[in-house]
Design a protein around this ligand. Structure first.
Ligand code: ZN
Length: 413
């Protein structure tokens, strides 16, 4: 999830891209990939889908395609053979006033309640997963897997002790920061630059508390200095739930090869991201930016937009694509990052975190229904079924198992 929802939607729109994707798969390849995927446990480590739970006309059991606001729902999870993943409590970074911290606290609590309401409304279809072993059991029972994660720890600034409540309510993955610095950590993308030179003292305390509870730490969006702090202080591996490779596109949000190797040496995992603006330079013209801002205003703002307005938004964005064409990331660009990370750290340290419903998706991969293309690409590349299984869930669950075992053996009475 990014700051300007409309500007990130560019990568979702249907239009003639400036650079077409060269990766094509035959129907036979995709059928073979889907068949394999259904035998595996397939998890995406960063789903922004809970942002839609607050919209009155969103129902996860219904198909909401051709809609700028939605890329994941139950019908498309079935079609794309996606068993589930980490459903994020995302909170926008405010101005860091006391009032903003209280509003963020309330927002986080509302969002975790909305996740539980979705689970309660669909008990035969979705189930909350708490331990690393739960996911396989839930799949065996014929249901979809819901782990809960938090993107941006700003809801915890007003009262960090709320972390223990979140843990009891199912939180299993925690990131410290988002697009701008907060009280816990420096962001990779704050225009003001470093404030803490990594984690703040409060950030270190929060990470230590999360480790004690067995919550996995997520480095995505945090600065490289935060990464270095985590490498130095963490007694267990950590992950990047949705990140790309700096060697392929030099963006502060991406990870360089030296740090990729450090992450792997520690046992951690990077989950390949499909957010276009981190895959290639998608810089827009000033005219286009202005047109997007006006469009957002007209449709009532991202946060409060209905799903019905999301259909309108998609059409309007397609028109903007015609009027103000721009370079847009393709499936080939995604595979360039994914393939590079596999080359550098191997299949035990890479996974999938597409950023669905938070700006993810590229030309050639528009929503969760398209996921078998990733498996088909891995099969073409000659990865074994065991390696593909690890990439689809084994690696991230290995890190969770280590975090939970560490917490259990170091529990203080
Ligand atoms: Zn994000």
């Amino acid at each position: 999830m990014m700051l300007r929802p409309l500007s990130l939607l560019v990568s979702l729109s249907l239009c003639v891209p400036l650079a077409a994707s060269a990766v094509e798969f035959s129907a036979a390849e995709l059928a073979k990939a889907s068949t394999l995927q259904r035998t595996l446990l397939t998890l995406d480590s960063h789903l922004d889908t809970p942002a839609n739970f607050a919209r009155a006309d969103f129902n996860i059991m219904r198909r909401h395609d051709h809609n700028a606001l939605s890329q994941v729902d139950y019908p498309r999870m079935v079609e794309g053979a996606l068993d589930g993943g980490f459903f994020a409590i995302y909170t926008d970074q405010g101005d860091r006033s006391r009032a903003a911290h209280l509003a963020e606290r309330d927002h986080g609590l509302q969002r975790i309640l909305q996740i539980h309401e979705m689970l309660a409304a669909n008990p035969d279809t979705f189930q909350l997963a708490l331990s690393a072993d739960d996911a396989a059991k839930i799949k065996a029972a014929g249901k979809r897997v819901v782990y809960i994660s938090m993107e941006n720890a700003s809801p915890l600034v007003a009262d960090p002790s709320l972390l223990s409540y979140y843990h009891k309510a199912g939180l299993r993955l925690l990131s410290t920061v988002h697009f701008a610095n907060n009280e816990f950590a420096d962001s990779a993308t704050d225009p003001k630059g470093a404030e803490w030179k990594g984690l703040s003292p409060a950030g270190k305390a929060l990470v230590n508390e999360a480790v004690k509870l067995g919550i996995v730490i997520d480095q995505s969006h945090a600065s490289d200095a935060v990464f270095d702090d985590l490498i130095a202080m963490m007694p267990v591996p950590f992950i990047l739930s949705h990140s790309s490779a700096k060697a392929i596109y030099h963006h502060p949000r991406n990870l360089d090869d030296a740090r990729l190797r450090q992450l792997a040496a520690k046992g951690g995992v990077i989950q390949a991201n499909a957010y276009g603006g981190y895959l290639v330079d998608e810089t827009k013209s000033a005219e286009r930016k202005q047109a997007e801002e006006e469009l957002e205003k007209r449709l009532g703002g991202w946060e409060h937009m209905t799903m019905a307005k999301g259909v309108e938004l998609r059409k309007a964005m397609a028109e903007l694509d015609q009027k103000y064409p721009q370079r847009k990331a393709t499936l080939e660009d995604f595979f360039a990052h994914f393939g590079h990370m596999l080359d550098v750290v191997g299949p035990d340290h890479v996974g999938i975190g597409m950023d669905w419903d938070g700006g993810g998706g590229v030309t050639g991969m528009e929503d969760a229904a398209d996921l078998p293309k990733i498996t088909a690409w891995m099969q073409r590349r000659g990865l074994s079924e065991a390696q593909i299984a690890n990439i689809w869930s084994g690696n991230v669950l290995r890190v969770m198992r280590q975090a939970q075992e560490y917490a259990a053996t170091h529990a203080t009475p």
